[in-house]
Design a protein around this ligand. Structure first.
Ligand SMILES: O=C(O)CCC(=O)C(=O)O
Length: 437
């Protein structure tokens, strides 16, 4: 059961429809609804959880509101209802097949965002990356600046401060640049694979000390000398190494978890669980630490932490500090002024996972990448860690034949010329920042 949230800020608590219902009927309704509420443990979880889990619908909330005498409680219900989201939850502890079923039902209905729990990533790894996040963004600019790209071939990795990068796809809905600082990190081979596949001569890459570095270790832009060794620092007290170690530990877990989700996605489409493996031989995955400063933004005036966009990648795995901010728009094809935004606020220790445009293309539009943005309206600092699980540079993403009779999309190698993933990515990056062209 889905809930459409229509209550506008400042709207009267008691709707005209509810007020016109005779008192005796309202009392009967109340008894009925409260019975169902208690089954959904309203007292324990509040309306957000109950709405999200489909235990109550918007009519019931309206009726409940019309009965509640206490203004503070009414306000709480309205506020929480505004935060409720209809995203489905994948509980990995229930097994791949069960998750595939949940995903299939939700995804074919147009939901490309899910909550993810039962993932098995140790608590200390999650806390570790969040600690690293805090440590990094609390540092003086002097240290953060050592993570800036030193050549355009380092893009899009490294550090960028707030109000620099604008997601240009939604110019009409955003009046100021993204209000966040961020740090991107990827595997050492990322830049070589990416640029080589887009046609950059390897001698040019050599001249910029970008070689076919092996291994899955991360490349910390600006932190290594020409030989790939960490630059010594005068004030080295080990904190920088700890920071990197914790991010690396998380990166490796985030990759494994994303690949598990790919298996579920394949199963949910009626494919073999390993159907996507061939796209991930030398993946171009990338991790981004986002820091939204504690300055209240007014999304209605087009001031946002991150502009409305769809992710380019296959899947995005998002960890947040629990501060509200992420919003999704179910129908990205609606005109800007008619869009309705729904909050996505994961519970502590759980993730949000969403599909990117590459997966949408692969599934021939059956699974949607969803337009989303960050509206940092809380006035509090907000932290998030986004892991984009992206195919290999030379992977060719074209619509797959589906088992449910949707066999549009010819088999591999036939038909139209398909650009490689790296070329696609370059095209998409050039749309968000001049540095990346
Ligand atoms: O910070 C967030 O919650 C969302 C981040 C995001 O949308 C992104 O990194 O693409």
């Amino acid at each position: 059961m889905r809930v459409t949230m229509t209550m506008r800020p400042g709207a009267r608590m008691r709707t005209a429809a509810a007020a016109s219902v005779p008192q005796s009927m309202r009392a009967a309704r109340l008894r009925r609804y409260l019975g169902r509420y208690s089954r959904w443990k309203m007292a324990e979880h509040g309306p957000v959880r109950a709405i999200a889990e489909g235990g109550i619908d918007s009519t019931m909330v309206e009726a409940w509101l019309s009965m509640v005498e206490c203004d503070a409680l009414k306000e709480k219900i309205v506020r929480e209802r505004g935060r409720a989201s209809s995203a489905a939850t994948l509980d990995l502890s229930r097994g791949e097949e069960e998750c595939a079923k949940v995903m299939r039902e939700a995804a074919f209905g147009g939901t490309g965002f899910f909550y993810l729990k039962g993932h098995g990533i140790p608590r200390e790894t999650l806390d570790g990356v969040m600690r690293s996040h805090s440590w990094f963004f609390e540092q003086e600019a002097e240290l953060k600046n050592t993570f800036r790209p030193t050549t355009k071939f380092h893009e899009p990795l490294g550090y960028k401060d707030a109000q620099v990068e604008n997601i240009l796809v939604e110019k009409e809905s955003q009046t100021k640049p993204d209000f966040r600082e961020h740090l991107r990190v990827a595997r050492k081979r990322y830049q070589y694979d990416f640029h080589k596949e887009t046609g950059v001569d390897t001698s040019v890459l050599d001249a910029h000390n970008i070689s076919e570095m092996d291994g899955d270790h991360l490349h910390w832009v600006g932190q290594e000398d020409a030989g790939g060794r960490p630059r010594p620092r005068d004030d080295d007290d080990g904190a920088l190494d700890d920071f990197k170690r914790r991010v690396e530990a998380y990166y490796s877990e985030a990759f494994k978890l994303s690949r598990k989700v790919h298996r579920i996605t394949a199963l949910s489409l009626g494919l073999d669980a390993d159907a996507f493996d061939r796209y991930f031989q030398r993946p171009l995955d990338i991790l981004m630490l986002n820091h939204y400063p504690a300055i209240k933004r007014d999304a209605a005036k087009g001031e946002v932490g991150m502009g409305a966009h769809c992710d380019f990648a296959f899947t995005t795995l998002l960890l947040t500090d629990g501060t509200e901010g992420l919003q999704v728009c179910k129908d990205k094809n609606r005109p800007v002024e008619e869009r309705e935004w729904e909050w996505i606020t994961p519970e502590e220790g759980t993730f949000v996972i969403n599909f990117g445009d590459a997966l949408e293309r692969l599934t021939n539009g059956n699974y949607k990448s969803v337009l989303h943005r960050v509206a940092n309206v809380s006035g509090r600092e907000r932290k998030s860690v986004a892991f984009f699980c992206e195919p290999s540079a030379d992977a060719r993403i074209k619509p797959l034949a589906m088992s449910d009779g949707d066999d549009r999309g010819a088999g591999e190698g036939e038909g139209e010329e398909v650009e490689t993933y790296a070329r696609y990515l370059k095209r998409r990056f050039s749309g968000i920042s001049e540095d990346l062209q």
